[in-house]
Design a protein around this ligand. Structure first.
Ligand code: ADP
Ligand code: GLC
Length: 484
């Protein structure tokens, strides 16, 4: 079975968040299930080096006025189809944002072009390969199922929602330019409160909708989390499924990780402390073996709930605990964490920026990783934490709720606890969980048991890749039986 993944990011080539990790790991995980995946991705400036590896090229003429072509490349075990449209993608700054932090003004055309290119591959094939099914990820790929349907294609589509907060909204006056059939500007089509929504177009035109955890699938149908899409998703309830993300077990393995100070496993946990020493040094933190070293590796946005952590810092520091934070995002949060590092020198360390290598050392060196998100479709950093014996301390929402077993009395007794959950996501909840973590840490025997449980937890892709594979097959079988 051949599946075309359409996405705007793919690790390790281009990444701003968890979407990239998923798109990079899923194709490899699907191979043993008999699925041959190709990923279609824009050829951003940072990917230009991949040109040298190109095996096949095709000319697409012009897409929205920009000369465009396709390049086939195999790298890091993934088969890529790169959309080579320099006017749209060969530029500096971020992939979505310009150097002032604003969305690129032509993002509508840029990602519509990606979707047009995907439809070209879906219909005509490329490099001797043709998909049986198209799998679109997030709003950037949302028009691909729509354009397919508009072209009268029978090829089935699936759309995965990684984060409903990003809906791909653009003014309706662009519809003609974007080659969107005006009849689609309706509540049953791509129209969303007077605008075009790429995500909605993808949902409406796809046979199935997936999201990245079972709890988030349920949450998406509620007013609290659906962000306006709850009604639409309720109406597609039987087509909506939550499949948990996994992590790449080769890239994230404390036994072999080259980015950390000392390799370790659950039988040689003492060596983990070499990483703690390195992390303390890197963040200029005092040593204190009797209280935990917390870390955060995150985008700094309201979603992630880190304003609550800021407010709880006096309590954390008061318990003798330390915090190392690596992140970037909203300027106000960046500045607040910079200031916290000054105010609590030796106890709080902040590095603003994006640093993949350092993120590995943080997972290896910290005792606990904090993820106090207000909503979290899946979350990957708590999964890396589990694998590295770095205890996840998470809010009870979305994929966080599905992947961490709270160390309450019953779970500790049963020997299955892997971390800490808290709810509601308030300052009081945050303070309470910090206290619980510090209390448990002071009993090193219980803490070590928690670490071992965490490291045993299955966080790979095997089960979820099988679930995607089954889903693809059920969509294709349904179509053959005339049921779709
Ligand atoms: P989201 O996709 O919402 O940002 P996830 O937890 O799913 O959240 O994925 C975030 C990914 O980005 C993880 O792989 C995490 O390690 C990485 N990450 C986030 N911020 C940074 C940073 N400042 N430096 C390095 N890696 C980061
Ligand atoms: C989104 C979500 C995150 C999820 C990631 C990958 O960015 O915010 O929770 O893990 O996508 O699916």
């Amino acid at each position: 079975m051949n599946v075309l993944l359409v996405a705007s990011e793919c690790a390790p080539f281009v990444k701003t968040g968890g979407l990239a990790d998923v798109v990079g790991a899923l194709p490899k995980a699907l191979i043993p299930t008999g699925v041959d995946c190709r990923v279609i991705l824009p050829l951003y400036r940072s990917l230009q080096g991949l040109r040298e590896k190109a095996t096949v090229k095709a000319d697409l003429g012009k897409l929205f006025g920009a000369p465009a072509g396709l390049i086939a490349v195999k790298a890091e075990g993934v088969s890529l189809i790169l959309l080579d449209a320099p006017d749209l993608f060969d530029r500096g700054a971020g992939i979505y944002l310009d150097d002032t932090g604003q969305d690129w003004p032509d993002n509508a055309q840029r990602y519509a072009a990606l979707c047009k290119a995907a439809v070209h591959v879906a219909q005509k094939g490329f490099d001797g390969w043709k998909p049986d099914l198209l799998h679109a990820h997030d709003w950037q790929a949302g028009l691909a199922p729509w354009y397919l349907r508009q072209a009268g294609s029978a090829l089935p589509s699936i759309v995965t929602i990684h984060n409903i907060a990003f809906q791909g909204l653009f003014p309706n006056k662009l519809a003609d330019k974007l080659d969107l059939d005006p009849s689609g500007f309706s509540p049953d089509g791509y129209e969303y409160y007077g605008k075009i929504s790429y995500l909605k177009a993808g949902i409406v035109a796809s046979q199935r909708i997936t999201t990245v955890s079972p709890t988030y699938a349920r949450e998406l149908m509620s007013e609290e989390f659906g962000m306006g899409f709850e009604g639409l998703l309720q109406s597609r309830r039987s087509d909506l499924v939550g499949i948990l993300n996994g992590i790449d077990l080769d890239a994230w393995d404390p036994q072999t990780d080259e980015a950390i100070a000392a390799n370790y496993n659950s039988r040689a946990l003492k060596r983990k402390s070499v990483n703690r020493d390195a992390l303390e040094k890197r963040f200029s933190l005092n040593a204190n073996p009797s209280a935990p070293l917390f870390c955060v590796v995150s985008r700094l946005t309201a979603q992630k709930g880190l304003d609550l952590l800021l407010a709880a810092l006096p309590v954390l520091v008061g318990r003798g605990a330390r915090l190392a934070l690596l992140g970037s995002g909203e300027k106000k949060l960046e500045e607040a964490f910079r200031q916290a590092a000054v105010a609590h020198a030796g106890s709080v360390g902040t590095i603003i920026g994006y640093d993949e290598k350092l993120s590995h050392l943080m997972q290896a060196g910290a005792d606990a990783i904090l993820v106090p998100s207000r909503f979290e479709p899946c979350g990957l950093t708590q999964l890396y934490g589990l694998r590295y014996g770095t205890i996840p301390v998470v809010s009870h929402t979305g994929g966080l709720a599905d992947t961490v077993i709270d160390a309450n009395d019953a779970a500790v007794k049963a020997g299955c606890a892997t971390g800490f959950q808290f709810a509601p996501v308030t300052l009081a909840g945050m303070v309470d969980v910090i206290d619980r973590v510090c209390d448990m840490f002071s009993d090193q025997k219980s803490w070590s048991a928690l670490m071992r449980n965490a490291m045993r937890h299955q966080v790979g892709w095997e089960t979820s890749a099988a679930a995607y594979s089954d889903l693809y097959r059920s969509v294709l079988n349904g179509r053959e039986e005339g049921g779709e």
